[in-house]
Design a protein around this ligand. Structure first.
Ligand code: GLC
Length: 550
């Protein structure tokens, strides 16, 4: 008997940023009860997995990515019991649940770090990465490693120890030392704690940075655009090291102790072959999936998407699966990347929901949420705050990349009323509601056939209902020289073929399709097929069934 594919091979991930999803108790901050209350929205939408950004104990300096207890919940989000209820409520609805596992660092207020920084001889002295400085009195950082923002050293001086600690991301997020067996054991146990409770997997925060060069060699200064990232220093000694790739396999062994196909999705950056290395080998598997971030910085052109899909199909052939991302809590909303053009955002929705692999949708993407302009001066985001004062506002506002991540983290727009359905009317939410919530919200878009929400809902239900879409192969149809701006691909399983055509220019286009093609749905009408020609309106995508002749 054939073994069914694991659930995650045909799922769609929906990312919830709990602080901004739904506030059930009227304090202006989203919480886990709010997530429970809105699980039906996810079921109706048609996603299969909910990934929650961190809700663990934290002083919230990086809004949860700075943790003080990996096995506890920050009080504003709920309690351990609420987590248990959330997992149960999701499972009752057939949804899987993924948490965010922040392995690389803790908060500097974590009791482990407080102890570690107190002396060179305490029992946790080596739980973090401590080094003597260079130069007279050791007052210069140990080497040239840069923090995530590049402009600063990744090393922070600690007067108590007269040593430096490594903080790859922000200064208040000291990196754990995974070369210490107790650290590894403690963090694997934290993962086990949630796995035992029933979580179905983890999204792995900046996973590529977990193990650094044990010899602490300098990174080369070599400015280069690497995938979606522009970097001044290359990072052979601090990112994607062979030890980190090996660590992926150790972590996999931990989740494999549990039944039910628990899944690991890595946030890793690098070239496709580097990303693929994290997946391990069939006899020695690593992560199940790695996010592919190229679509976060797309060029709205057919050849851009064609070349990326081609590359990912080549680099991640079945049974590997690409994991496409158009939006997340760190980067600009896609609507802003297409200059607010809804037709373009709809076209990209067709693309995302019909590709092979695991699509990821960030809360609000399904209603066409836009960035909310927030000045650096008003930022809560620690990255934006670090830019305030030396990047002038008029420049920050004109950069294609948002410096202030608050702009994509404003409250979910459930309704057009006061509080936007996010919080109690009269309560000031932790970040301002986008003023467009009166027009752009879940309530108004529900059952509106022309809405973004309805488009996503129909696409996702079509994907679930058609085997070729959720587990079929993908073949790019050779470019039609008469319509080079139309991207066409075919999804196929035995006995079922689906054709997808995406027109990326603002002129109607026609492409050749098999005679037996029938339109299943489209982001924009009217779409017609006659005499083997599919006619698509300007800026639109269509999904067609290829029905074999009787
Ligand atoms: C990841 C998260 C980001 C967070 C950072 C530090 O990049 O996506 O939001 O600030 O890691 O944990």
């Amino acid at each position: 008997m054939a073994v069914p594919d694991p659930w995650w091979t045909s799922t769609v991930i929906y990312q919830v940023y709990p602080r901004s999803f739904a506030d059930s108790d009227g304090d202006g901050v989203g919480d886990l009860q709010g997530v429970i209350d809105h699980l039906d929205h996810l079921v109706n939408l048609g996603v299969g997995t909910v990934w929650l950004s961190p809700f663990f104990a934290s002083p919230q300096e990086d809004y949860g990515y700075d943790i003080t207890d990996f096995c506890d919940v920050s009080p504003e989000y709920g309690t351990i019991d609420t987590v248990r209820e959330l997992i149960e409520a999701a499972h009752r609805r057939g949804l899987k649940v993924m948490f965010d596992l922040v392995l690389n660092h803790t908060s500097d207020q974590h009791p482990w770090f407080r102890q570690s920084r107190s002396s060179r001889s305490n029992p946790r002295a080596d739980w973090y990465i401590w080094r003597d400085g260079r130069g007279r009195g050791g007052r210069r950082p140990p080497n040239n490693w840069r923090s995530a923002l590049e402009v600063r050293s990744a090393w922070q001086y600690c007067p108590d120890r007269q040593q430096w600690y490594l903080a790859t991301f922000l200064p208040f997020q000291p990196d754990l030392n995974y070369r210490h067996p107790e650290v590894k054991a403690a963090m694997f146990d934290a993962a086990r704690f949630w796995l035992e409770m029933g979580v179905d997997g983890f999204r792995l925060d900046i996973f590529g940075s977990v193990l650094k060069d044990p010899q602490f060699r300098d990174n080369p200064f070599r400015p280069r655009v690497d995938g979606t990232q522009t970097r001044l220093w290359q990072r052979p000694h601090t990112e994607n090291t062979a030890d980190t790739v090996a660590f992926a396999r150790e972590l996999r062994a931990v989740v494999d102790e549990f039944d039910g196909d628990r899944v690991l999705v890595g946030e890793v950056f690098g070239t496709p072959d580097v990303l693929r290395s994290y997946l391990g080998q069939p006899d020695h598997p690593g992560l199940h999936l790695v996010f592919l971030f190229d679509f976060l910085a797309f060029r709205y052109q057919a050849d851009f998407f064609r070349s990326r899909i081609e590359a990912y199909e080549r680099e991640f052939p079945a049974p590997m699966l690409p994991t496409y991302v158009l939006e997340n809590h760190d980067r600009s909303r896609l609507l802003d990347r297409v200059g607010g053009d809804l037709a373009k955002a709809r076209t990209l929705a067709v693309l995302l929901c019909t590709l092979r692999g695991v699509p990821t949708i960030y809360q609000g993407q399904e209603i066409g949420s836009a960035n909310t302009p927030i000045a650096l001066r008003d930022a809560r985001d620690p990255i934006a705050r670090s830019f305030f004062g030396w990047v002038p506002e008029f420049i920050a506002q004109r950069l294609p990349e948002r410096l202030n991540r608050d702009e994509v983290r404003t409250p979910m727009q459930w309704s057009g009323g006061p509080g936007g359905g996010f919080t109690t009317p009269g309560t000031v939410p932790w970040l301002p509601m986008n003023h467009d919530h009166r027009q752009v919200n879940v309530a108004d878009q529900t059952d509106d056939p022309g809405s973004m929400l309805e488009l996503y809902r129909r696409l996702l239900h079509l994907r679930t209902g058609r085997a070729s879409l959720h587990r079929g192969s993908l073949t790019l149809v050779p470019l039609d020289p008469a319509a080079p701006d139309v991207l066409v691909y075919q999804r196929q399983v035995a006995g079922e073929t689906t054709l997808v055509a995406v027109n990326l220019v603002d002129r109607p286009q026609a492409v050749m399709v098999p005679d037996e093609a029938e339109v299943l749905m489209a982001s924009q009408g009217p779409v017609t097929v006659a005499g083997g020609r599919l006619r698509l309106p300007a800026t639109s995508g269509a999904v067609l069934a290829v029905v074999p002749p009787e």
